[in-house]
Ligand binder design. Sequence first.
Ligand SMILES: Cc1ncc(COP(=O)(O)O)c(C=O)c1O
Length: 463
Amino acid sequence: MDGNRHDNDLTGVIEADRAHVWHHLVQHKPFETGAPRVIVEGRGMSVWDQNGKEHLDAVSGGVWTVNVGYGRERIADAVRDQLVKLNYFAGAAGTIPGARFAEALIDKMPGLSRVYYCNSGSEANEKAFKMVRQIAQKRYGGKKHKILYRDRDYHGTTIGCLSAGGQDERNAHYGPFAPGFVRVPHCLEYRRHEQEGAPEENYGLWAADQIEAVILREGPDTVGALCLEPVTAGGGVIPPPSGYWERVQEICRKYDILLHIDEVVCGVGRTGTWFGYQNYGVQPDMVTMAKGLASGYAAIACLVTTEEVFSMFKEAPEDPLDYFRDISTFGGCTAGPAAALENMAIVEEEGLLANTRAMGDRLMERLGELKDKHAVVGDVRGAGLFCGAELVADRHTKEPVDEKLAQKVVGECNAAGVIIGVTNRSLPGRNNTLCFSPALIATADDIDHIAATVDDALTRVFG
Ligand SMILES: Cc1ncc(COP(=O)(O)O)c(C=O)c1O
């Protein structure tokens, strides 16, 4: 940055924000006496706040979104050019960027063939749930309608998505939820001691087998789909244990259950492959994505399916109800696919998948060093530039650290100019995992700076 653009007087902006903006996910009482944070500019890995203070953003816009970093003029240019040509037309028709991006995306997703556009991760997941229900009606007399979801996973903010929500604190007070959603156990090996019967060996197979146990309990002829995050995000950054996904795939095939993978966080490079599931050799039937799809330069989400799933919705053209009778108004905005096309080209041209793998390894190495140094770091885990450090009060019992202390670490890093995250109001008493998801352009210096800042913060909070 040139340093000259941050000293404008933003007092009026802050007052307008305090008076009228209802922020996401935060308590507002403190804003009665203090100012909310307002982010004014971004460039590369950094953002500047209202006071002109620079922060290294280790969480890609707070929630794993700005994958290619801030200030990408070529995305802005592509969006501008598209908007003046055609900003919108409802999705019953096609558009040039919609067709082009669908083709580019499918090229990265062998085995899948159809892209359904909408505008948020929650909405994409809702579309998938609706498809499962419609398939159940069409093929199985409504019986095979249940959707399995996993403890600790999150799929969005709507009542439908919260019905598939494995985070009890996030769900609290918002029930009653929709029927037909059934929970399966989580696969966090570090906390296997809290799961009855979990073995020390072959934990991944055991965890997958718990899904089969739920299917058998519910009746396989009632279960239509299994919806999972490839790596659980807000529920504690949980990469799958070894053997897990292969077994999950087998189980889905055995009982004719659609595998719906929620790539809203992992999609488009976060784990060092185009999609998280591609690390594990599985073949999903439906994939949902949002956040990093256009790195937040435009709102876009989509649901991608196999041709087999798509075909089920065009079998009986004489039946006026036999197609996917769904619309997303803003799924017809052209800014989304125009931005997503450029975003994907940047990932490709700048070799960001390889960078994500290399920098992800470096980040895991640095977090491992923090674990060696600070007893409060109980576990470090991750995939690509998507890492977590779980803080515990006692390494032996694995009792989670007081959440306020975990938040204090975030505050200390913030004061030192590095924005990191922590699991937030997801799981009762279990919001104790620090989260790191820098943009895929992170350099070795950025990674080392993030780790050194966390090191200092841990020392300040825990000694
Ligand atoms: C795994 C996952 N799925 C879905 C969503 C919902 O996406 P959105 O906030 O775009 O509705 C989120 C949001 O954090 C997420 O982490």
